[in-house]
Ligand binder design. Structure first.
Ligand code: HXC
Length: 284
């Protein structure tokens, strides 16, 4: 774990972080890492059991974590969660807007409700939580990290909904950074590229051209020669949360090994056809 070799222990001591969608995947790795460096973390998620397991894992490892179940899609839930974090942990310094919903679906098959659902989780949810956290972040001169994507930099097949949502998230990052900078609040984003060690990404492995395992296939098309790891994203979040980033705001940091610049399609048309077959058999 490179972060442990690079950053001083305890750099986030005394800080409180809320990570939405923090019970699994990339967001859990961010929660775990912020806790490892001294922050008390609150994990927000819809699935109470998964949230409880994540909290237990961090506490067992010597960190301090609480669970704050809730759905980012309503302003009321966001408000309630912020209240709970402050009453249980005393303050709020860092908000990581990680909650996201996604699935692969051709645009012509996407219902209006399916499109709206992803916009509501990714984009409206990011606004709801940021807006509810504002008064607390104003007190602590805190910061927000929005988890974005590179899906919308060019185009990504069957990701119309998530691409639109993440484009909106990037816009929120710049708008809020400009508006809330006056209060000492920093707002940044992280755009992860293909991260091999996640369930979401492993679904895409079905579409890889030649039956390679996912990491091998990705390493051939990513300029830095390897797939991303959850820890790559967590290290970026740790840096943006640290005082070393105190003059960085309004920036979305792409963490993808230069993948999107290279523009090499990782999924062939044949691969897409395979995914489509699977999707029709069982909702992928
Ligand atoms: C087409 C789908 C669909 C699918 C849901 N819908 N899944 N349409 N293909 N695979 C449609 C439904 O039919 C419905 O529209 C609408 O979306 C809402 O779906 P619900 O299941 O009722 O909503 P909800 O329970 O709120 O769950 C929504 C969801 C869900 C979170 C997006 O799909 C889900 O649980 N996904 C798996 C977890 C997840 O999203 N993880 C991804 C994290 S991000 P109708 O019209 O029928 O009412 C990630 C990044 C990876 O992994 C990047 C990969 C490129």
């Amino acid at each position: 774990m490179e972060a442990a070799k690079t950053f001083q222990p305890g750099i986030l001591k005394g800080k409180v972080a809320l990570i939405t969608g923090g019970a699994s995947g990339i967001n859990f790795e961010i929660a775990r890492t912020l806790a490892q460096f001294g922050a008390a973390v609150a994990i927000m998620g819809r699935r109470e059991k998964v949230v409880a397991a994540a909290v237990e894992e961090i506490n067992k490892a010597g960190g301090r974590a609480i669970g704050v179940p809730g759905d980012v899609r309503t302003a009321e839930a966001a408000q309630k969660v912020i209240g709970e974090v402050v009453s249980k942990l005393g303050r709020l310094d860092i908000v990581v807007n990680g909650a996201a919903g996604n699935f692969l679906c051709p645009a012509e098959d996407l219902s209006s409700n399916a499109f709206k659902t992803v916009i509501e989780i990714d984009l409206v949810g990011t606004f709801n939580v940021s807006r509810a956290a504002f008064p607390e972040l104003q007190k602590t001169k805190g910061l927000i990290i929005n988890i974005s994507a590179t899906l919308h930099y060019s185009t990504t097949p069957w990701q119309t909904h998530a691409s639109a949502a993440k484009a909106g998230v990037d816009s929120l990052t710049t708008s809020l950074a400009a508006e809330w900078g006056h209060y000492g609040i920093r707002v940044n984003g992280i755009a992860p590229g293909p991260i091999a060690d996640t369930v979401g990404m492993s679904k895409l492995s079905l579409g890889m051209t030649n039956g390679d395992n996912l990491s091998d296939a990705l390493s051939q098309v990513i300029p830095l020669g390897r797939a991303g790891l959850k820890s790559d994203i967590a290290s970026a979040a740790l840096f943006l949360s640290s005082d070393a980033a105190s003059f960085i705001s309004g920036h979305t940091l792409v963490v993808d090994g230069a993948a999107w610049l290279y523009h090499q399609p990782a999924i062939s048309r044949e691969g897409l056809r395979k995914i489509e077959e699977e999707r029709r058999k069982s909702k992928l």
